[in-house]
Each structure stands twice: as structure tokens, then as C-alpha cells.
Design a protein around this ligand. Structure first.
Ligand SMILES: Nc1ncnc2c1ncn2[C@@H]1O[C@H](COP(=O)(O)OP(=O)(O)O)[C@@H](O)[C@H]1O
Ligand SMILES: [Mg+2]
Length: 238
């Protein structure tokens, strides 16, 4: 089996004394893509924040490319290859689209040209200032900036949340390309389970801070009982 790229081993984490995640173990292989599903408040964002080092790790460990990163500061984890895309858009409003990209750049195959290939809309907007973009375009730029750091793993926190349908379509296509054609390893937190399952190879469902179910995404997509039980998702058809 391929070496895991990102691995959680028996992780307990939370805020202050409050335990939010407990006994969480998961493996993301190189070229893997993992959907992280669960109702509101179950700990999905906390899991990504724990990977980045923003949340207190109380037990267990986290490995990136075989290296124990559990005690490293967030910026060191980023430098080692964790590319975090927060739920809030994170761009420089008074820099142009292209400047937003170039200030984030680190050497690797993802340069401005490659990123524009994935996000043609950003190329059209290259000279616009960050604050002239729509919310959806800012979200695209947030992802594109993270890609410019040439991460080995992308952690995406509800990237489609609250976006207009046309942008959702473009972003979905870009994520699909990243995962399937470019082989970028990614963890995708998403409320829209069906969309997330269509974009990823594997999926886990979290409930109250624990992983309750794991399956290949294609299998889970057809498992209406499990989707209903943990996500309250009623799929039509039967
Ligand atoms: N900064 C914080 N301090 C204390 N508790 C928090 C904080 N952020 C989140 N929580 C709690 O942790 C739990 C999981 O939250 P979160 O990871 O944001 O869930 P999700 O992303 O799945 O909606 C919730 O009960 C939430 O209230
Ligand atoms: Mg969240």
C-alpha cells in the first residue's frame, strides 16, 4: 500500500477543556481525496483546524508524509505542505487578482499560468482588485492562492457554501480536475454530501466528534440508509 500522505492517529482535540474530536483515526493516501461529511457542529472544521495546528491536540498524533507534525506551529505545517482553505474568504482586497496569486507563490508546478488554466475566470479578472470580485470569485481566488503555495494536501472547508449556482458549477469542475486529473490530495468538508461524494474517492461521516462510517464515496452515494441516518439526507428514487 502507498505511504499515507496525511494521517490522524487516535486524535483527541478541542477547545480549552472541551473535547470536540475523540478517537479520530484517518488516512489520506498520496493522490487520495476524502470527503468529510457530517451535520452542523459535529467537528468537521475542528478536524481541519487540528491538522493545521490551530486547535489543541490532547491525545494522539498527526503525520504528514511520515513526519510527526503534532507539535509544529501552523506556519511550519503550511511550509511542509498543508494547504488550508478556510471557510472565510481570505484575500488581499486592495491587490489585483494576479498580485494576490504572486504574493502567495512558492516554487512548484502551480504557477500563475497553471492556476489560470484551472480557473479561467480569474484570468479574465487578473487586473481587477480583490474587492471588485464577487463572493464566488473571491472564494476561487482563495483556493487559487493556496494552490500557488504548491501544497501536497489541500484542506477545503465548505468551499461551495453560499455561492451562486454558476460559480458552484465552475468551482466543482475545478475541484474535480484537481482531484482526478492533477492527482492533488485533498480533504473536502462539504454540507452538500452528494456533490462531495461525486468529487472524492473516499468518505468519512463524523458524528459528535467521532468517525461513524467510512466508505468509498461511490458506495456511500448509493447507501441511502446511511446517508439518511447520519446526514438526514432523503434521496429520491429508492
Ligand atoms: N473556538 C471554539 N471554542 C469553543 N468551542 C468551539 C469553537 N469552535 C467550535 N466549537 C465547538 O466545537 C464543535 C464542533 O464545531 P465545528 O468543528 O465548527 O463543527 P462543523 O464544522 O462540523 O460544523 C461545536 O460544538 C462548536 O460549538
Ligand atoms: Mg464547519
Amino acid at each position: 500500500m502507498a505511504e499515507p500522505l496525511l494521517e490522524f492517529r487516535d486524535v483527541r482535540a478541542g477547545y480549552g477543556d472541551a473535547v470536540v474530536l475523540d478517537g479520530v483515526s484517518l488516512v489520506l493516501p498520496a493522490n487520495g481525496s476524502l470527503a468529510l461529511l457530517g451535520r452542523n457542529g459535529v467537528g468537521k472544521t475542528t478536524l481541519l483546524l487540528t491538522a493545521m495546528g490551530f486547535v489543541r491536540l490532547m491525545r494522539g498524533s498527526i503525520f504528514l508524509d511520515g513526519k510527526d507534525i503534532s507539535k509544529l506551529a501552523p506556519h511550519k505545517r503550511a511550509r511542509l505542505g498543508l494547504g488550508w482553505v478556510p471557510q472565510e474568504r481570505d484575500i488581499f482586497p486592495s491587490l489585483s487578482v494576479e498580485e494576490n496569486l504572486t504574493v502567495a507563490a512558492r516554487p512548484g508546478r502551480w504557477d500563475v499560468g497553471a492556476v489560470y488554466g484551472l480557473f479561467p475566470r480569474l484570468k479574465e479578472r487578473r487586473t481587477n482588485m480583490g474587492n471588485q470580485l464577487s463572493g464566488g470569485e473571491q472564494q476561487m481566488l482563495t483556493i487559487a492562492r493556496t494552490l500557488m503555495t504548491n501544497p501536497s494536501v489541500l484542506l477545503l472547508d465548505e468551499p461551495l457554501e453560499g455561492l451562486a449556482p454558476i460559480i458552484v458549477e465552475e468551482l466543482t469542475a475545478a475541484v474535480k480536475k484537481m482531484a482526478e486529473d492533477e492527482g492533488i490530495a485533498l480533504v473536502l468538508v462539504e454540507q452538500h454530501a452528494q456533490v462531495a461524494l461525486g468529487l472524492t474517492k473516499d468518505a468519512v461521516i463524523i458524528e459528535r466528534g467521532e468517525i461513524m462510517h467510512r466508505a468509498p464515496s461511490a458506495d456511500l452515494l448509493n447507501d441511502s440508509g446511511t446517508l439518511d441516518r447520519y446526514l438526514g439526507l432523503k434521496l429520491g428514487g429508492g
